[in-house]
Design a protein around this ligand. Structure first.
Ligand code: FAD
Ligand code: SF4
Length: 484
């Protein structure tokens, strides 16, 4: 039972400290620091243990938030991690990286700042690893059934861990040289150091999950062969096709997709040699598009000592407070201040890029116009063009969906957005082939990928054995469980 007066005694929301900007941009280590115990307990004590905890409803995983808030308030970390792991395989990822839709739905948020749910979550799992409270679970017996999971991002890893623990023999195939998907080569270390990923992979290996890095399904092994070799296949290949901007000058040297830049930087941070690495040092960097990817480019460019960093967004600047049409408990669109934004750079809104400018095939700048709205469409307003100097442009305009190459050989059908089509039980058009995560729902969030991986595992287990005791937190049709 929570402290019934906690939220009245402590009205201030205190989040974890961050390392000072001038210090943190000199290295790649995590920006956040651990919160001291007393503050953490005080903050956990603000949870009201609501009769109807809207935070549950806001979390795609259905995390048992009030239970572990209270356990942390009472200093019972070992019990707290048991409750947290009951619904979330990887709280060290979500506790660091999730935009926390649970906090947008927190009842306290109606007239006070929300409970620091994400902060409490990451403290629980970090404490648990430090104190040796994270166990490995080896299945009591093997079922003799085999599953291939293709893609080792959060969706593939969650599905693999659930299925391995149930007793199936699971192999995860990954075309990159290292396991982890976007957690490995998309998200920079200053948001999550890779040791958190490696530590979880050690646990998964100890439990029996097998990993096959450097294998591209569709090239090294055909999808058909894979299906014949395994009793079930899970497509968890992500939504990796970047949206392009085919305007004059697109082929100039110096215009790159954000992911090409981030992957190379993450490889260099991991100690790899990256010949011809795209480097922002001493360059005027312009990032087109906001979002997580854009913010990661800002933080990376500052760490590479860029001369200047400018972000251009085509849309309007979102409000800093909830707009009337996005009332509690929906997740509002707000002006985001990620840690990378605190580190400097300029942000310009309503800027439509019309041309990349260059000399002798090399980028020198971009031409932008103010955005106008015509028939609901965003278009450049004639006569408002201006030029901005740029040596490096990073296209961070989102992703159009999963790669389709070769997938048709397992008769994967695609929906009208180009994502892999599946039925209400995560199964694609081919018997025994399932799809989870961004491959099925389009570019989304880690929390959704884990939730889909868990639910897909339940569907695969039922397909293989006729019944399942695995939880299924979300259906493939759930687009947002935060809007009532
Ligand atoms: C730069 C960036 C930053 C982000 N930051 C955040 C954040 O802070 N918080 C958040 O919640 N979300 C964030 N996201 C979104 C989040 O990372 C994704 O929603 C999530 O990783 C999707 O997980 P997934 O397992 O479906 O796919 P992915 O993580 O994309 O993994 C798919 C894997 O499949 C592999 N693969 C593809 N095809 C094949 C094949 N044929 N054979 C073998 N392997 C294959 C790929 O190499 C990849 O490793 C970010 C996304 C990007 C791009
Ligand atoms: S909605 Fe907020 S106050 Fe209520 S139980 Fe959840 S975290 Fe606690």
């Amino acid at each position: 039972m929570a402290d019934p007066r906690g939220f009245m005694k402590v009205t201030e929301r205190e989040t974890q400290p961050k390392r000072p900007v001038p210090v943190r941009i000199m290295d790649w280590k995590e920006v956040q620091e651990a919160q001291d115990r007393d503050t953490l307990k005080r903050q956990a004590g603000r949870c009201m243990d609501c009769g109807i905890p809207f935070c549950h409803q806001g979390c795609p995983l259905g995390n048992l938030i009030p239970e572990w808030n209270d356990l942390m308030r009472r200093g019972k970390g070992e019990e707290a991690i048991e409750r947290l792991h009951a619904t979330n395989n990887f709280p060290e990822f979500t506790g660091r990286l999730c935009p926390a839709p649970c906090e947008s739905s927190c009842v306290l948020g109606i007239n006070q700042p929300a409970v620091t749910i994400k902060q409490i979550e990451v403290s629980i799992i970090d404490d648990a690893f430090e104190n040796g409270w994270v166990d490995t679970y080896e299945p009591p017996r093997l079922t003799g059934q085999t599953v291939a999971v293709v893609g080792s991002g959060p969706a593939g890893l969650a599905a693999a861990q659930q299925l391995t623990r149930t007793g199936h023999t699971v192999a995860v195939y990954e075309r990159d040289d290292r396991i982890g998907g976007l957690l490995r080569y998309g998200i920079p270390d200053f948001k999550m150091e890779k040791e958190h990923l490696d530590r979880r992979l050690r646990q998964m290996r100890a439990e029996g999950t097998r990993f096959r890095a450097g294998v591209t399904i569709g090239t090294d092994i055909t999808w058909d062969q894979l299906r014949r070799r395994y009793d079930a296949v899970v497509i968890a290949t992500g939504a990796t096709v970047p949206r392009d901007l085919p305007i004059p000058g697109r082929d100039l040297d110096g215009v790159h997709f954000a992911m090409d830049y981030l992957v190379q930087s993450n490889r260099a941070t991991a100690g790899d040699e990256v010949p011809g690495q795209i480097d922002a040092r001493d360059k005027h960097v312009v990032i087109l598009g906001g979002g997580d990817t854009g913010a990661d480019c800002i933080g990376t460019a500052h760490r590479q000592q860029a001369a200047s960093v400018t972000t251009l967004a085509i849309g309007q600047q979102p409000p800093t407070e909830r707009a009337p049409h996005q009332p509690w408990p929906t997740v509002p669109t707000l002006f985001e201040m990620a840690s990378a934004h605190e580190e400097g750079g300029e942000r310009t809104f309503l800027a439509s890029t019309v041309e990349f400018l260059g000399e002798d095939g090399v980028l020198t700048g971009i031409r932008v116009a103010e955005t106008d709205f015509v028939d609901g469409k965003r278009v450049p307003q004639p006569g408002t063009e201006r030029d901005i100097p740029a040596d490096l442009v990073l296209l961070s305009l989102g992703f159009t969906g999963p790669e389709h190459d070769g997938l048709h050989t397992v008769s994967a059908r695609f929906d009208d957005k180009g994502n892999v089509e599946r039925d209400g039980y995560y199964m694609t058009a081919t018997d025994g082939v399932f799809a989870a995560g961004d491959a099925g729902r389009g570019q989304s969030l880690i929390v959704w990928a884990i939730a889909e991986g868990r639910a897909c595992a339940a569907a695969v287990d039922k397909y293989l054995t006729g019944a399942t005791r695995l939880p299924a937190p979300v259906a493939p049709t759930d687009r947002s469980i935060t809007a009532l």
